[in-house]
Design a protein around this ligand. Structure first.
Ligand code: AMP
Length: 188
């Protein structure tokens, strides 16, 4: 049965880089919440129009709207397993995910927190502006909002998984390969 892994951390902590590598190695579906939301915005869909101002400001989209993006999660979890990137970000979302997985007899295997300093975040976001052209990277106050969301939510979210014995913390400033090796040991 496929695994359920969550990548967590500050903006630009390396979640997507590692999630792609994990997806490749373990055959998991890479569920990148931010990318899915940006796709909705780019497509001009009704959902995209509803979430645009929130995503542009770096705040969290409401759980009600997030639910619309989670429609296929149960099937995907059963078929391949999932590496989540950017979801869950708050305890309510974690509880929602636990419930969805429970309905299909699955549970989260690991939440992996990539720890990086705020200086590293600033440097990486500056580098990313040149390659990815993300609107929410360009405005300092928006980046600050995104960091504040993490700072506010990270302790309760980490605790949610720590109490289940599913919480792992890694140094996100090591090399991509060093981090990936450690993740593989956790995932098994
Ligand atoms: P990311 O690509 O993960 O940095 O996410 C970009 C933006 O999408 C965030 O700043 C939020 O506005 C929104 N977003 C991503 N994931 C979530 C989530 N799990 N819940 C609510 N909003 C989210």
């Amino acid at each position: 049965m496929g695994k359920i892994i969550i990548m967590y951390g500050l903006p630009a902590a390396g979640k997507t880089t590692q999630a792609r590598k994990i997806a490749d190695k373990y055959g998991l579906y890479h569920f990148a919440m931010g990318e899915k939301l940006r796709e909705q915005i780019a497509s001009g869909s009704e959902l995209g129009q509803k979430i645009k101002s929130t995503v542009d400001s770096g705040l969290l989209v409401s759980d009600e709207l997030i639910l619309e993006v989670l429609r296929d999660v149960k099937n995907q979890a059963v078929e391949t397993g999932i590496v989540f990137d950017g979801f869950p970000r708050i305890v309510d979302q974690a509880i929602l995910l636990d419930q969805m997985l429970d309905e299909v007899g699955l549970e989260v295997d690991a939440l992996c927190l990539l720890k990086v300093s705020s200086e590293a975040v600033e440097n990486r976001i500056n580098d990313r502006i040149a390659t990815e052209n993300r609107g929410d990277d360009k405005d300092k106050s928006v980046v600050e909002n995104r960091m504040n969301v993490f700072l506010k939510e990270s302790v309760p979210l980490s605790e949610h998984y720590r109490t289940k014995g599913k919480f792992y913390e890694l140094d996100g400033e090591e090399s991509i390969e060093e981090i990936f090796d450690k993740l593989c040991k956790i995932i098994g």
